[in-house]
Design a protein around this ligand. Sequence first.
Ligand code: ZN
Length: 216
Amino acid sequence: MFIIIKIKKKIVVILLIIFFISILLVGVKDNIRYIFKISYRSYYNAEFSFIDIEYLKNNLELIDLDYNWNEDLIFNNEPNKIIYHHCARSYWSPEGINDYHKERGWKGIGYNFYVRKDGKIYLGRPENAEGAHTKGENSNSIGICLEGNFEEESLSKEQWESLINLSTYITLKYDIYKIVGHRDVYDTLCPGENFPMNEIKNEVIKNIKNYKNTKF
Ligand SMILES: [Zn+2]
């Protein structure tokens, strides 16, 4: 009897060891990484320097606008997630969104970045300022909004490229462990049915994995 229990215990221990080793070898899938908040850059052992981050940033050609904030911003954002949004309109300027968000009683545009259909990337709220884009996540995330209504249309090629580059930059710069759409963390359709969430995430991961071998 004791021998059987002992053997069973051994089997359980062996199975547990196999389970954990396979997780480590096969790759910690998103859900497991999410639980332990393991960032992409540490999981993929990305090797990069401050200079690399600056290089990535310069390539984005970020456009800065004067949003004339309604009130002083609160600088308490410590990003560990990227949250994607669509503006739910086929055409909308960043100035238009800024006005609209002010009308809603906010300080100004609520997103940290806005990517237009032509691929141009506009700065919104400073990265270290509290956002106004996702309830409960505005002081621990970077909110990226895309021009378009992805319930009906799809990302343009230029938009896709800019979004991948921007997301790679943000993921390396901060301790990002989660890349999600608004609807993954809140009851909403945003960023729309046609938003290629998994493809984007995989492309960012591919960039980060390659980073180990990239020398500038
Ligand atoms: Zn949204």
